[in-house]
Design a protein around this ligand. Structure first.
Ligand SMILES: NC(=O)c1ccc[n+]([C@@H]2O[C@H](COP(=O)([O-])OP(=O)(O)OC[C@H]3O[C@@H](n4cnc5c(N)ncnc54)[C@H](OP(=O)(O)O)[C@@H]3O)[C@@H](O)[C@H]2O)c1
Length: 242
């Protein structure tokens, strides 16, 4: 059966790779980001009718109901999965913490995704769909990296939210899991120097960056029927970070 999957942050990086893996599985993508990138537009051309796009700024917590669900994903379109991928990173040491920047990051990484989870679950219940929610978390929650305390705290919040969502809605068939990603080579990590990269790779068993395709394919597994008994988990795809 074909599935309709809401994915945030599809313009580039991991979100684009997740969209590609979902399409390869034969399902449809309802993609969201601020920018309609040429790479995503190319997917729309390659898979006519299966790749949808809605420009949406996740800073807008209050627009989730009307704009994201009312306009883009009305109840008449059954929703089988929600991938909370988009995020921003406010990196700095704790002694420099700025409350305004912290709040802005929490809006994008935590509050809007929590609100979207609310409406995604309502949507799944309305259409009697046993849906799957996947939050993209980060290995920084579990290892710690200098400068990532604030960012990692947003992902830790999602991990707690996901586990409790799984407990709360499992009886109605809704699953929720976190994909804990290791360091991937995307724009988000592009600011690091070669030396910093090598230090991070040396902390992994495979001594290499985490591959986007490996993370994306695991997300598709979590969305699919093969993962019907998997919920409330953190699944690590991180090149074996030790
Ligand atoms: N890269 C890593 O090493 C790494 C490691 C662990 C976990 N992660 C996680 O993996 C996920 C994907 O990260 P990435 O590396 O692919 O990052 P990326 O290349 O910076 O892409 C981020 C995506 O999120 C979208 N986005 C950002 N702010 C947004 C906003 N306010 N409203 C709507 N969309 C927004 C961006 O689109 P627009 O700019 O067009 O809006 C873009 O498509 C994130 O959750 C990140 O925390 C990354």
């Amino acid at each position: 059966m074909s599935k309709n999957i809401l994915v945030t942050g599809v313009s580039q990086g991991l979100g684009l790779a997740i969209a590609e893996s979902i399409l390869a599985a034969g399902w449809n993508v309802y993609g969201v980001s601020r920018r309609h990138s040429p790479e995503y537009a190319a997917l729309q051309e390659k898979f006519p009718g299966r790749v949808h796009f809605h420009a949406f700024d996740l800073a807008g917590v209050d627009a989730v109901k009307e704009d994201l669900f009312g306009k883009f994903l009305p109840f008449s379109t059954p929703l089988h999965g929600y991938v909370n991928n988009a995020a921003m990173a406010y990196d700095d040491i704790v002694t420099n913490l700025d409350a305004g920047r912290l709040r802005a990051m929490y809006d994008v990484n935590v509050f809007t995704p929590m609100m979207a989870t609310k409406y995604a679950i309502r949507h799944m219940l309305f259409n009697r769909v046993a849906g799957s929610i996947v939050h993209i978390s980060s290995i920084s929650v579990h290892t710690g990296y200098k400068g990532l305390a604030m960012y990692a705290s947003t992902k830790g919040a999602l991990e707690a939210f996901s586990k409790n969502t799984a407990r709360e809605w499992g009886e109605r068939g809704v699953r929720s899991n976190c994909l804990v990603a290791g360091f991937m080579e995307t724009a988000m990590s592009g600011k690091l120097t070669e030396e910093q990269r090598q230090r991070i790779y040396n902390r992994t068993a495979l001594k290499q960056a985490t591959k986007l395709g490996s993370v994306a394919d695991t997300v598709v597994f979590l969305l699919g029927d093969g993962a019907a008994s998997v919920t409330g988990q953190n699944i690590f795809v991180d090149s074996g970070t030790i």
